[in-house]
Design a protein around this ligand. Structure first.
Ligand SMILES: [Zn+2]
Length: 189
């Protein structure tokens, strides 16, 4: 099932997510739905707050279309190590169409639980490391434009607040993905 994508600066994207405590069928189903949504949106990662659930869960699949899928879910993740600082051109399904060069790390060791609650460790490099950190930061209310230098960050935010609806419409219009905006939430009240 395709899930709605919450678009920046929706408040759910700006707050710290809660740990997952129950590893049941509904968690496995949520991961399946998140994967369907991520692939439909042509993303390489998706964090639960981006689909409106403030829990510590994200998925990543950085395989190319020619490779077999490498989908993995990370529940209650911890970053054990990050090094090799690097500048990377990042984008985000919650800021569709916006790409900026930001500082991050190209070597990561992460520890997390899978959907059954089993703990695993993964060492990642390059795009996989960048994607893991990008998604991890969503669980603490971070988005990639936070990592721009102050002036560039202000410019990106200004651009975004002006064009958020137009950009989301442009990117998601033909993909059957429904977006939740912070102002449409306000209108419901
Ligand atoms: Zn993102």
């Amino acid at each position: 099932m395709l899930l709605d994508i919450y678009v920046y600066p929706h408040p759910i994207l700006l707050k710290k997510a809660e740990p997952v405590t129950v590893f049941d069928e509904s968690l496995a189903r949520l991961v399946e739905d998140m994967a369907e949504t991520m692939y439909a949106g042509l993303g390489v990662g998706l964090a639960a707050p981006q689909i409106g659930r403030s829990i510590r869960l994200f998925i990543v699949d950085t395989s190319t279309p020619e490779e077999p899928a490498r989908l993995k879910a990370y529940v209650n993740p911890k970053i054990i190590l990050k090094d090799k600082p690097v500048i990377w051109n990042e984008g985000c399904l919650s800021l569709p169409g916006l790409y900026r060069d930001v500082s991050t790390y190209a070597h990561v060791i992460i520890e997390a639980q899978d959907v059954h609650g089993e703990v695993f460790r993964e060492e990642a490099h390059e795009l996989q490391a960048v994607a893991l950190l990008h998604e991890y930061r969503h669980l603490d209310g971070g988005v990639f434009i936070d990592r721009l230098p102050p002036l560039k960050r202000r410019m990106a935010q200004k651009f975004w607040s002006k064009h958020v609806h137009r950009e989301a419409e442009r990117v998601y219009g033909d993909l059957n993905i429904h977006c939740v905006f912070s102002d449409s939430e306000d209108k419901k009240k």
